[in-house]
Ligand binder design. Structure first.
Ligand code: KG4
Ligand code: ZN
Length: 347
């Protein structure tokens, strides 16, 4: 097949990402702007501010990305963008820019499912996994175990019944008074903590299925914090906070690892792929590597920089779905969009 160069635009939440993926040469460049600092003073993402910032960033980032790749707009063959799920207004920015560019350049557009982007992001690692594999998708909004047999051929094995893993990290961090975004901050503190001092519950560890639940864990942390505050008669010291972070991380990692192992066993698959922001967590990676070594399965991660939201995964997923390319024109976004509803790509 002819080489295709796909520009990918991500704007579903608080990161503006632009990338160019070449079906022969691989990822040529990617540029990213994170709005983290802007949302930090509100303790969470403010949708309207997110949309406005995407508008400011997307064109300069596109220029920067093309420059890094040594390309001009004329070198592109298709434009992929995140159609959903995500924040409606934020999605509209990427969708409008992608369709506008494509209309002007007479190129096709490819609407991409954000989670499919995450799911396929380990394909940008070297070595990339082969199909089929079990995917553990752990982001701020989603926590799912999927059986993946090909592009678009996804079965949900299990998912969280309440909070997503990343959400649990963020909410727990917030109640420990850690700065936004809490996940990476909490995990840094956890690394200094003593795993033996506190034990928190492992929700649904033995539920016999692949579903998970993390909202009870957050409540258990709250109870523990109150107990400790009462015991010392004031604010928690650094060591106690680190020990609580460690206990939380131990619990969440054990549940994620144990459910992933059960999914491998049930499907008979020998490859596990981790995707989404929580995939950046070092303790999770260490525990999975350890299990993979013992049980002789292979585990794949996206490169660290591509774990959280980025344009590269959207450009890649777009290139994997060239069959969905349509002429630019009227467009829509899909703030809610179940991953398992996607159509498989013919193989
Ligand atoms: O995939 P992502 O960038 O955005 C969504 O699509 O949701 O994931 C962001 C989530 C946040 O909840 C963040 O706290 C979490 O990933 N996260 C981490 C780490 N880095 C990011 N959680 C735990 N440990 C980390 N190192
Ligand atoms: Zn994401």
């Amino acid at each position: 097949m002819m080489t295709m160069r796909v520009l990918g635009i991500e704007s579903s939440c608080d990161e503006t990402g632009v990338a160019v993926y070449d079906t022969e040469a691989g990822l040529l460049a990617h540029a990213l702007h994170t709005q983290m600092a802007m949302h930090a003073e509100y303790g969470g993402v403010v949708p309207e501010l997110a949309s406005r910032d995407h508008i400011r960033r997307v064109v300069p980032l596109t220029r920067e990305c093309l420059k890094t790749a040594g390309l001009t707009l004329a070198d592109l063959d298709a434009i992929a963008y995140t159609q959903g799920p995500g924040l409606g207004g934020a999605l509209l920015v990427g969708a409008a820019v992608a369709n506008g560019l494509a209309f002007g350049l007479n190129l096709p557009v490819i609407p991409v499912h954000h989670l499919e982007g995450h799911l396929l992001s380990p394909m940008l690692a070297n070595p990339a996994p082969e199909f089929p594999f079990v995917a553990l998708l752990v982001s701020g909004g989603h926590t799912q175990l999927m059986a993946v047999r090909g592009v678009g051929d996804y079965d949900t094995l299990g998912e969280t019944l309440d909070d997503a893993a990343g959400e649990a990290f963020d909410k727990t961090a917030k109640l420990l008074g850690l700065p936004y975004p809490g996940g990476p901050e909490l995990s840094r503190l956890a690394e200094q903590g003593d795993p033996a001092r506190f034990t928190l519950p492992r929700p649904m560890l033995r539920s016999g299925d692949f579903d998970m639940s993390f909202s009870g864990l957050k409540t258990a942390v709250l109870t523990l914090v109150r107990q400790q505050e009462a015991a010392c008669g004031g604010a928690l010291d650094h060591t106690t906070r680190a020990d609580i972070c460690r206990a939380f991380q131990e619990a969440i990692v054990e549940v994620l690892v144990s459910k992933s192992l059960a999914a491998l066993k049930a499907t008979g698959m020998q490859r596990l792929v981790i995707a989404g922001g929580v995939g950046a967590n070092r303790q999770l990676r260490a525990a999975l590597d350890h299990a993979a070594h013992r049980r002789r399965f292979a585990v794949y991660y996206p490169p660290l920089s591509l774990c959280t939201d980025n344009g590269a995964m959207i450009a890649y997923a777009g290139a994997a779905r060239l069959t969905l390319a349509t002429p630019a024109g009227a467009f829509s976004v899909r703030p809610r969009w179940p991953l398992a509803s996607l159509e498989a790509v013919a193989r």
